[in-house]
Design a protein around this ligand. Sequence first.
Ligand code: NCD
Length: 316
Amino acid sequence: MRFDHRHLLGIEPLRPDEIVTLLDLSDQYVAFNRRRDKHAKALAGLTQINMFFENSTRTQASFELAGKRLGADVMNMSMQASSIKKGETLIDTAMTLNAMHPDLLVVRHPHSGAVDLLAQKVNCAVLNAGDGRHEHPTQALLDALTIRRAKGRLHRLTVAICGDIAHSRVARSNILLLHKMENRIRLVGPPTLMPAGIAGFGAEICDDMREGLRDADVVMMLRLQRERMDGGFIPSEREYYHRYGLDAEKLSYAREDAIVMHPGPMNRGVEIDGTLADDINRSVIQDQVEMGVAVRMAVMDVLARNLRARPAEVMA
Ligand code: NCD
């Protein structure tokens, strides 16, 4: 198995064969997680610290469970209550934690690039759990695993990524991954929610949902990220739902066997119809959550193997 990276900061530096390696190992962890006894030792003796500077439900919970199932000592830093509130900088906090010799640092931060910066300052493996609008690599990997399991392949599929592309690190990491694996990508949404420089993304752009969904194998919906908007990006939520919200009628333009995805948290009745989101014949949203734990186990497992392969840092 070859995975020559010290950190997982994004999808950008990964080769297609490395993505396949991670997904193959994730498949094994999916089976493992369905067992009653879920204790493994891949991270035994290692310390994992989760630092979330932004709210999170699924990502934080799944990183915590993944670490515990692999035998790590896991600590969740409550960033709301940390010295950041007293004016300590991100780097000072990281250096303080670094002095406690963690092996894996899982970081979510509202600023794009903050996690890369931090990785340069510490001597453990750093995992990006989402930085601003930049990347969310484990989300793209869990989405890829969900797609591969549902469709039986991860290439030559038509994937429509719909909604608030501009503010979404999930979209960015997914576009990078799906492009590397040679899929056809359509970005669907209002022009105000398309990021600058979109022409270089290697995707088709569409501002009409029905047209964008036509013959799609995968329909990936995104949350309208109100907290990252500083102006009038959309007329009203009602109008948005009317034009871009996914319901059964709009979905009928996609392939008959198309799957519906959403990274969560969902705004029911804004970007997606609640009944459709719960329809287990179309929606794989709960599968995405299940895949999330397995993918995070696989990523931490390979990074830990690389850590163990390096000579231990000599202590003074
Ligand atoms: C996403 C995130 O935080 O980037 N959620 C997640 O990780 N499951 C998407 C979102 O917040 O809309």
